[in-house]
Design a protein around this ligand. Structure first.
Ligand SMILES: C[S@@+](CC[C@H](N)C(=O)[O-])C[C@H]1O[C@@H](n2cnc3c(N)ncnc32)[C@H](O)[C@@H]1O
Length: 339
């Protein structure tokens, strides 16, 4: 059964009211049933986000680029690995349009299509050609990290760099790499490889990647241990990870951090059947620990915190070890480098 847009908004604000959040926080079983019902009634979106919109991909890639500059990391990568591109390869392709030679786009599920990817490529090219300002949080309220300025980063993307990168012949090669099936074949020094699902870390050569980037992906990864080990293996010396992770509850609770109220058996019943929406519930500190355990050096963790959520007393016993900082962390950009 589907319900109208107005009813959806009413339902959402009713669920998020202080009174219902108070009741649901204290009753995980009830909360899981209510959230399942709410999801069924509101009909979840079937796409993965906004990566089939050029403006979104532009907003994301330029955010990662600006943050790389802020923390003294490489802003001119030759080889990009993007985890979880979603509906189109736009985020990594924006990096290709800024001058990179190779893109590996690895997803757990094959959401992206050649048609969407070509459409996003055209949109991105137009945005870069006119040095468009970075779409703001007003246009994409969910996109982190926040930037102080939305000006086009012309000190990074100089005219000299973009003239070369957006050269018509180079564009033709990039287009050919996509229409050929995104199979990694070489098109005059340009290649795009889309692998979904991916399992084998040898898909990217050891020490080949200048950047491994993801946006709203690492919270969905099932095997974090082997994924971080793969990323550490792929990074070139001085290469870096740039992961924007969304630690919110993804509609498993009306509270932003309500995923941690559920004991494991209840959580399993609440498991989101839309595969890309499943979350691993691992907090920011787990990601940082895995970065270090794999020999990488954390450079910065840019957190957004919110205290408007569940409190320690609502946390299920399995998650009692969470620090306050983890509990209140709504999202974080993790930058780490291979020293
Ligand atoms: C919320 S979507 C984000 C898509 C896109 N990055 C964006 O910003 O719109 C999460 C994506 O992560 C992908 N994903 C989940 N587990 C993954 C894994 N182990 N490796 C690569 N991608 C994964 C999902 O299939 C999905 O495409």
């Amino acid at each position: 059964m589907q319900i109208s847009g107005v009813t959806k908004v009413r339902l959402r604000s009713l669920l998020r009211s202080r009174a219902s959040r108070g009741i649901l926080r204290r009753n995980p079983v009830l909360s899981s049933q209510v959230m399942r019902l709410a999801r069924t009634l509101s009909g979840e979106r079937s796409n993965t986000g906004w990566s089939n919109q050029a403006r979104y991909c532009y907003a994301v890639w330029l955010r990662h680029l600006v943050m790389a500059e802020r923390y003294g990391l490489n802003t001119d990568p030759r080889v990009i690995v993007e985890l979880g591109p979603g509906d189109a390869l736009g985020i990594g392709l924006c990096g290709m349009l800024c001058g990179a030679d190779a893109l590996y786009a690895l997803d757990a599920f094959p959401y992206a299509t050649i048609d969407h990817t070509l459409a996003v490529l055209d949109g991105l090219t137009a945005l870069l050609r006119r040095r468009a300002t970075i779409p703001s949080a007003h246009e994409y309220p969910e996109v982190e990290p926040a930037l102080g300025s939305t000006d086009f980063p012309s000190s990074i993307l100089t005219d000299h760099r973009l003239d070369r990168a957006l050269d018509v012949e180079r564009q033709r090669k990039l287009r050919a790499a996509i229409t050929a099936g995104m199979d990694g074949s070489d098109h005059g020094g340009v290649s795009v490889r889309y692998q979904a699902p991916w399992q084998d870390a040898s898909i990217v050569n050891e020490g080949a990647a200048d950047i491994v980037i993801s946006q709203a992906v690492m919270e969905h990864v099932r095997d974090l241990e082997s994924s971080y080990a793969a990323m550490a293996r792929w990074l070139a010396p001085k290469g870096h990870l740039s992961h924007q992770i969304d630690f919110r509850s993804h509609d498993t609770s009306p509270d932003l951090n309500g995923q941690w109220i559920y004991p494991e058996p209840v959580w399993r019943q609440l498991e989101n059947e839309k595969v890309y929406r499943w979350i691993n519930r691992q907090p920011c500190s787990t990601h940082l620990a895995l970065v270090e355990r794999n020999g990488l050096q954390p450079v910065a963790t840019v957190r957004v915190e919110s205290s408007d959520g569940i409190r320690r007393k609502h946390v299920s016993s399995q998650w009692r070890h969470l620090s306050d900082s983890d509990l209140n962390c709504r999202g974080a950009l993790i930058l780490a480098t291979r020293a």
